[in-house]
Ligand binder design. Sequence first.
Ligand SMILES: [Fe+2]
Length: 568
Amino acid sequence: MYILGISCFYHDAAASLLKDGEIVAAAQEERFTRKKHDDSFPTQAINYCFKEAGIDISQVDYIGFYDKPLLKFERILESYIDNFPKSWRAFIAAMSVWLSKKLWIKEVIKNKLQYRGEIYFINHHLSHAASSFLVSPFDTSAILTVDAVGEWATATFGIGRGKDIKILKEINWPHSLGMLYSAFTYYLGFRVNDAEYKVMGAAPYGKPVYTDLIKKELIDIKEDGSFKLNLDYFEYPYGFRMVNKKFENLFGEPRRTPESKIEQRHWDLAASIQEVTNEITIKMANHLYRETGLKNICLAGGVALNCVSNSKILNNSPFENIFIQPAAGDAGGALGVALYIDNAVLGNDRKIQWEHSFWGPSFSNEKVKEFLDKKGLEYHQFDNETLVKKVAQLIAKQKVVGWFQGRMEWGPRALGNRSIIADARNKENWRKVNLKIKFRESFRPFAPTVLEEKSEDYFEIPKGVLGRKTPTSYMLLIAKVKEEKRKEIPAVTHIDGTARLQTISREQNPLYYDLIKEFDKITGCPVIINTSFNVRGEPIIHSPEDAYNCFMKTGMDCLVINNFLLLK
Ligand SMILES: [Fe+2]
């Protein structure tokens, strides 16, 4: 039985395909169209899923969509009516999109895919919850979902038992932690729904001096983690901007012009909103613990990509075990809805325990060779054993390597199949990779990949979260770099002494593991820099051609595609 899950028309469109309860494929549309956060109908991602499974639409038994468009439309209408007349411009813009496509998703799916079967529309936060809990290692778990907004809910508190998920309580629009964080992202001159990571990365450079002001003026936080925003300061419920003049006056200056100098007050604002976010999510988690008494927690929704607040939850609540599916944002809804149909609606047994994220397209050596030959490029071909030796030596010689292998990652992080890798011992690599290769802001930190068995020599990892079924394998938690190791791996140690680590075991990704193991053999260091294979503003690469294009337009030294090595 095949179930296709779809998410689209908000941000991060994606598709996933289940066969008899197992994942066959999952991918985000942006990787194919090369348009970052592409929200359009995921035609290419769906076609890829079918190709991977060797099926066509006639073999699909059910299709699921990751939210309920009518409820969403109702929320948008009410929101604009409540704010009329100041909402009229945004209202007209929204209506044209809603009336032309968003309201007709059933028809869009049927027409685009020539599909005549059943389509389920599952609540947005239920899709988020399902995307995490139903692939978690837990039979029973508390579930917390937090994002910008679904239909009405912006956060939910729930419980998962076996095949079923129950939502116990929700926080509703326009009160939204995701929107609050994005409002600061906007005010700090970054792109909303894209650069929230930059705010998180900027926070450790500042002091949270605005926390009290935020809590006094912008948000009223209750002990159970619920909250009310003071809507006098925000424009997002009715306009095109996130915040209004009053918000700017509160912090003394207009929005930072994008790309202009980041000043101390900007770092401080980032630190402050991160601190407020931590406080809310910790309170939410503790409330959920009091309500459920369970020792496991699953997180989902865009805010669950904030690895700093994820770690705060783990360290400041009684939960012992935490699980986060790596595509925690809206793309993950495409997986969540398919799982929900399979397990909760149809009652089939859960079959998946998350062990890796490699659910995207791969390219055979024949295809890669054909591409390289057609381009007339010079290359060396090695077997796996020789390849890892050569590449480990190149990294040790301070070369920056584009590393393309096997199936593309699902979720926003590159985890060793579409990665740019370099020596973490050399601080200069931080500057080089940021400025000459990724063309991004110099303050942004890099994540390390570390051999799992040696990870505790370098990082203070909380008990019970190590391994491929846990968030440490997917860059979803931060860990303190041990004091005595900070000088050894400066390129991945953030200014506050933490790192957003990825631990790797051989079961998870043999070739990538062997590469780091070989690097460790040569240098005595089991840690490398791992950053996604793309440049600023573009999605992570998908094909050998994308890899080659990125290689040529950046200061990258070497490119590895499967068993082929190209040097500049
Ligand atoms: Fe969402």
